[in-house]
Design a binder for this molecule. Sequence first.
Ligand code: FO1
Length: 347
Amino acid sequence: MRITALAGGIGGARFLRGLLHHLGTSGQLPGDGSGDGVGDEITVIGNTADDVTLHGLRVCPDLDTVMYTLGGGIHEGQGWGRSGETFSIAEELRAYGSGPDWFTLGDRDLATHIVRTRLLGQGHTLSEVTAALCARWQPGVRLLPMSDDRVETHVVLADPEHPGEDGAPGERAVHFQEWWVRLHAAVPARRILAVGVEQARPAPGVLEAIAGADVILLPPSNPVVSIGTILGVPGIRDALGDTAAPVVGVSPIVGGAPVRGMADACLTAIGVETSAAAVAGLYADFLDGWLVDQADDDVADSASVTAAVRARPLLMTDIDAAAAIAGAALELAEELRTSRIGHHGRR
Ligand code: FO1
């Protein structure tokens, strides 16, 4: 079975780990996406708009979180960065006053950014670099950046220090990571911009992985700055609308609040209600199935949700819980594929 998933950071990575566990324990040994036909092939299309250059190094948080989580190197408690970290370099950087110090880069993690930056500097594409890094980590999936072109999420904030001509507060933009990590997304975002997304092209293999999939999964990643950004790359959303594969998503919102992270701050920034139904509405043009938590089982009756809705526990408290959710998503996809229900808006 060829499975393609769109993924952001921590929630997406944990869901994917559950998916691999589910496939492994249900006897379907996942292939490595190399297309050699052995077992299931899983392709992950990763968000790259969280990427940031710090200390002259290119950091790809969402790609690294998937790679480390599936490769067994993740700092489990954080969901980002490496396990068994030390911070000698960060201490030295601080001693030099070489910031920013609000974004913690551990010694082991820095090796990833050094290798990536060196390879990019030699002219390799982000796809080639990601494949090279994954050769070490063996994540068990083919991890593709959504694009090899640079896309960065920046957040526009009110800037009272610089009022506009009309005396209204001015605006200033900060990189997503500064808003997310230094400001804890606590300062209201006026606008969230995916800088460069209009000119970005899907990375090699991305459109084919959508068109050729048997199942497409949307893990519970941030619908605005992760899934939303991937959908913003020209061609990707249309490919999801055109693919014959059922598209099944997992709600990142449970009972009106994000399970993790700050998706509510992001949804508010784009004027969308923080609810399982509203997020499904963001994917309405291609979504066939939608897993919600029992707290939101009224979503099935919501007019705005045309996908087939199933309610089940959605908290990924451990790998078995994540595996059960992944299994439920595949089960719904199979139901949709055989009964052709919910394949709306498409031929
Ligand atoms: N998140 C934090 O809250 N604080 C950090 O200091 C931090 C450092 C960091 C370093 C490397 C990396 O890959 C991720 C890091 N993150 C940190 C998480 C990151 O902001 C998020 O994982 C994504 O960008 C959002 O999905």
